[in-house]
Design a protein around this ligand. Structure first.
Ligand SMILES: O=C(O)CCC(=O)C(=O)O
Ligand SMILES: [Fe+2]
Length: 310
């Protein structure tokens, strides 16, 4: 069931939840409007200010032979940055947007969710060949494999900051029923011999800026190349899991105490901070001592609700 609080944050519905659970993918066009997206685009300009557009004019367009697909390789992943971002609050808060948190809650079927991944990704025509073979993403999210129970897995969001068309590297995917039919139920690896059968039933996740794709770590998909001259594709990847699911990880937020966490603490509600692992007001962790010392650590953070609940 979708929690009643979601009615305050429209943007998804029961059909999206059902499609995510049954098909593995659901794409919501313009989940966020330009008032949300435009300030984040300005942040991308800050983060990637050294990326001149002119120098990436289709140097490595897709020259593969018909009947072959590309592969994942390190040059595809060079323009990554992770939370908290050295830019404005807009890009820092979007992974914690209430509409996104409530969507993750509805998909995972629990009120207690944890943001375990948030990174940017800027792709430029010609900077790399972004074409990939079909794969599932579990390898760097768990040391084992995706759980049998869908709700013990993850929801992986791809948020589009720019229009993503087929000549600007739209992700292509195969629904679970289709990949199960080709590979066998629940398989996670597509052998070379099955790639073209998957390609025959692939769908495109092309959609305008502001759109949100939800999938998981057990879903077959692939990146495709950017071929439009001077083209670029800006996206963010956000991953949610149920709190307490220790099988799943990606970033360790505590690893970066020197990064601008104040941009998040100074803006976020207790509910938003809870998805990063900060206990809610009134929870057992908060004592006179922990309140005092945490406030000293983040002096601009409004902790009044936490003090009031003691
Ligand atoms: O960015 C994309 O469209 C997909 C890339 C991808 O699937 C990956 O690198 O794992
Ligand atoms: Fe992937």
């Amino acid at each position: 069931m979708i929690a009643s609080a979601n009615s305050f944050y429209p943007g998804f519905n029961e059909a999206n939840v059902r499609a995510w659970r049954e098909e593995g993918f659901t794409l919501i066009p313009t989940f966020f409007g330009s008032e949300v997206i435009d300030p984040i685009l300005a942040d991308f300009a800050t983060l990637y200010s050294d990326r001149g557009q002119g120098e990436h004019v289709g140097r490595e367009l897709n020259l593969k032979k018909p009947g072959t697909l590309g592969n994942s390789h390190p040059r595809q992943f060079i323009n990554f940055d992770s939370l908290p971002y050295r830019a404005s609050p807009a890009i820092n808060m979007i992974s914690l947007h209430p509409r996104l948190i409530n969507y993750a809650r509805a998909l995972l079927g629990t009120d207690r969710v944890h943001l375990y991944q948030s990174h940017t990704w800027a792709k430029y025509t010609g900077e790399a060949d972004y074409d990939q073979a079909f794969h599932c993403d579990f390898g760097n999210h768990t040391l084992t494999v995706p759980a049998d129970n869908a709700l013990d897995r993850t929801v992986d969001f791809v948020l589009y900051l720019t229009d993503v068309t087929n000549d600007l590297g739209a992700l292509h995917y195969v629904t679970k029923p289709d990949s199960d039919a080709i590979l066998g139920a629940g398989e996670l690896v597509a052998p070379d011999a099955s790639q073209m059968a998957l390609k025959a039933v692939e769908r495109s996740a092309a959609a305008p800026a502001g759109s949100l794709l939800a999938h998981g770590i057990d879903t077959f998909h692939r990146g495709t190349n950017l071929t439009r001259p001077n083209g670029y594709r800006f996206t963010m990847t956000m991953g949610y899991k149920a709190c307490g699911n220790d099988m799943i990880g990606f970033h360790v937020w505590q690893h970066s105490p020197d990064r601008p966490w104040h941009l998040i603490f100074n803006q976020a509600t207790p509910d938003q901070l809870s998805v990063l692992g900060v206990p809610l007001p009134g929870e057992e962790f908060w004592s006179a001592r922990t309140l005092r010392l945490t406030q000293a650590r983040w002096p601009q953070w409004d902790m009044s609700a936490y003090f009031a609940a003691l």
